[in-house]
Design a protein around this ligand. Sequence first.
Ligand code: ZN
Ligand code: ZN
Length: 260
Amino acid sequence: MIDSHAHVHDAAFDADRDAVVERAHEAGVTTMVSVGCDLEDSRRAIAAAQRYGIYASVGIHPHEAKNAPDDIASAFAPLLEEDTVVAIGEAGLDFYYDHSPHDAQERVLRAQIAVARERKLPLIFHVRDAHERMREILHEELAVGMPGVVHCFTGDGVDAQAYIEEFGLYLGIGGVLTFKNVGGLRGAVKAIGTEHLLLETDCPYLAPIPMRGIRNEPAFMKYTAEALAQALGVPPSVISEITTRNAEALFRLRQISLSS
Ligand SMILES: [Zn+2]
Ligand SMILES: [Zn+2]
């Protein structure tokens, strides 16, 4: 399995990061993408990727948009020289927390889409309580077929269908799928099938049941994989195989050989 969205470079893992990565491998997580949330955080993601032979992304989270530099392309440029970097993000809109003004969020999102287009890198989108506005922006900005994933997807079948059919995006499924009262999400997953799904943890956040409430880590992704297998009525091995293939295709992991 591939954890398509983790923050293993996060300070939450400073005390035991080696052990966390070791447990991930023991649990069948072959590799992961450690996702950056601002410039400094993206540098830490790259450092972790280099240390552990995993991958990183460079991005500015909508929460951090208000602190973003004016010239995002220039600020990203030196970080994108690193060969562990496989994506731009997380980039997006978060109208639930509203930690940054909407106009700042949109500016930073559009700038990152431009960088991704220029560099031919896939995008990792974070969207919360903003699916409608997100789709409007994607219609304006996205060249057809531009690769990307809406991470930690928790919307319904209508949102899912739109992201897949209109933009060809993948949807990242995390621990929320194991929670009770997520019938809408389970229905969406059933309706779209496996071909557009990725597995993720978003660790240290959003631990799946039965680990809910404690620090999440990549090894816990097996619970989400089991929930996904159950929702779709297929064996967990099928889920592992297809979501791995999807993540490899999106991030072009087979073309990028790191230490090996
Ligand atoms: Zn996110
Ligand atoms: Zn995240």
